[in-house]
Design a protein around this ligand. Structure first.
Ligand code: OAD
Length: 274
């Protein structure tokens, strides 16, 4: 691990952005199931769905309230979870390097913000499970899912009372969760697409933590960063495609994200504070 930490310290001595890219593995130690782990599956009627089938606009069109039930269950899991040491370490990094730090997260659980990361540092590129927006996209605005909407248990349907308030604040039509679905594309207004690409192109260091490298914009963050000369580091309990890129750059830490992020941030922060 010491060689990886030394690579991080050398990277931050160069000008540029210090980018941390997080995935579900960073929240796993807070008790939130990862996306592709065995707990990600969901049963509707007699059928078991993989998240990749449910997290789609197509599924929402054919069974909107079943999709909503899945999200309201997951929203409840996220609300019960607490930020872990990895989330808290990244708050320290933002405090130490307020003008250079960027936190690009695929997680919709809100734990980075709840840990205390400043809004301007957190780029939630897959949305936020606590928010909703118009299903017809009549306006780009988003609203918090009303407090009156309870967390649902597994197999619990959305009540009529909840359906009545899961509506667009503008046109009154059905609302949808503010999350990016598999059959949708990244964009700037909702998912910070251009901002994140620009930040990656200005990076001196990209620390990737807890992601399986299956989505497009995270790939761009790593490849654009690498092309711009950034040092790439991968933190994960398993080998993954970002690890292969990091092997030829700053290196990999094969272990749980909470401890690895804590050590990485401490090394960088101690270094920049002298
Ligand atoms: P995945 O569930 O695909 O991958 C989780 C990764 O975290 C795996 O590589 C695990 O090895 C790793 N991991 C698990 N526990 C860990 C721990 N304690 N410490 C470090 N690593 C750990 O989740 P993501 O890669 O985040 O997007 O998934 C990316 C996106 O796929 C999700 O945001 C979702 C889905 O498409 C959308 O819904 C748009």
């Amino acid at each position: 691990m010491e060689a990886v930490l030394a690579a991080c310290r050398a990277a931050v001595d160069r000008p540029g952005r210090v980018v941390v890219l997080t995935g579900a593995g960073v929240s796993a130690e807070s008790g939130i199931p990862t996306f592709r782990g065995k707990d990600g599956y969901w049963t509707v009627g007699a059928r078991e769905y993989h998240p990749q089938e449910l997290a789609t606009h197509a599924a929402f069109e054919t069974m909107p309230w079943e999709v909503w039930a899945w999200y309201l269950y997951r929203r409840g899991v996220c609300r019960q979870a607490e930020p872990n040491a990895g989330h808290r370490a990244l708050v320290e990094l933002g405090t130490a390097m307020p003008d250079r730090f960027a936190l690009v997260t695929q997680n919709v659980d809100g734990l980075h913000r709840r840990a205390g990361n400043a809004d301007r540092h957190v780029l939630a590129i897959h949305g936020d499970i606590s928010q909703m927006r118009c299903a017809d996209e009549c306006v780009p605005d988003r609203w918090p899912i009303p407090e009156a909407v309870p967390a649902l248990g597994k197999r619990e349907p959305v009540s009529d009372a909840a359906k009545a308030v899961l509506v667009c604040g503008k046109c009154g039509g059905m609302a949808r969760p503010h999350v990016l679905w598999f059959d949708e594309s990244y964009d700037e207004p909702r998912y910070h697409f251009e901002t994140v690409r620009a930040i990656a192109q200005d990076a001196c260091l990209v620390v990737v933590a807890g992601t399986s490298a299956q989505t497009n914009l995270p790939w761009q963050v790593v490849t654009l960063g690498k092309r711009a000369g950034a040092t790439i580091v991968d933190i994960n309990i398993e080998d993954n495609p970002f690890g292969e890129i990091a092997e030829g750059s700053g290196g990999v830490i094969r272990g749980p994200a909470a401890a690895a992020l804590t050590a990485t941030v401490k090394s960088i922060v101690d270094h920049v504070r002298g």
